[in-house]
Design a protein around this ligand. Structure first.
Ligand SMILES: Cc1cc2nc3c(=O)[nH]c(=O)nc-3n(C[C@H](O)[C@H](O)[C@H](O)COP(=O)(O)O)c2cc1C
Length: 197
């Protein structure tokens, strides 16, 4: 049994991204994992101000809702980032949250090339929705996720589900007309490979 934290970064309460995240959660819960889905829309999480107080042994000076997420991030086995594609990248809610990971860093006496500190190592996954569905639609978002979460912070990638073709020009959620919800359920159910859907 794993402890899975799903962070829903923007999108509508019953929109494509919420439905995708909930389908993943359902699959993971049915596989026996403990799951928690938190909508960042209901939390106030600012981006990092770059004050660097955390580099002098102090906790983050910003007293917003990130503080309540720190214990959840530290105890999760898997952190799932769920975001709509906004202007060809992740939502600002997810970006702001990831900036605040800066205060989770610890001193690394022997850092690898290009990294200056060490972070708690967790598994992570990416769930995204978009209106378009071109081969390049998610390119920036995937690049950011891979560069930041995997290459730099050092999380272990458990996979990505890039759900394109979820909207029309009026923005009406269309994900129920696609195969993405079943794929998200299957992903949640098999993310640790112990169950088959
Ligand atoms: C501000 C904004 C920017 C968007 N940018 C893009 C985009 O760059 N590419 C795209 O394919 N869809 C874009 N969309 C469409 C959404 O990504 C898509 O409808 C998504 O599934 C909405 O998620 P939700 O239903 O959870 O709100 C954008 C929507 C909004 C509101």
């Amino acid at each position: 049994m794993k402890n899975i934290l799903i962070l829903l970064g923007g999108g509508r309460a019953n929109g494509n991204t919420a439905q995708l995240a909930e389908a993943f959660q359902k699959g993971a819960a049915e596989a026996g994992h403990a799951t928690e889905l938190i909508s960042l829309n209901k939390r106030n999480i600012n981006g990092c101000t770059g004050c660097n107080a955390c580099r002098y042994g102090k906790p983050c000076v910003q007293k917003d809702d990130f503080s309540s997420l720190i214990p959840k991030i530290k105890t999760a086995d898997l952190i799932v980032f769920a975001s709509p594609l906004y202007f060809w990248t992740i939502s600002s809610k997810i970006k702001a949250l990831i900036e605040r990971f800066y205060c989770l860093a610890e001193k690394d006496s022997n850092p690898p090339l290009g990294r200056y500190e060490t972070y708690p190592v967790r598994d992570c996954a990416l769930l995204m929705t978009a209106a378009d569905n071109f081969f390049w639609t998610f390119e920036q978002a995937v690049s950011y996720y891979q560069f930041t979460m995997i290459n730099y912070i050092g999380f272990r990638d458990k996979g990505m589900l890039l759900a394109g073709g979820c909207g029309d020009t009026n923005g009406n959620p269309q994900i129920t007309k696609t195969a993405h919800l079943q794929a998200a359920y299957d992903f949640g159910k098999t993310v640790y490979g112990t169950q088959t859907p």
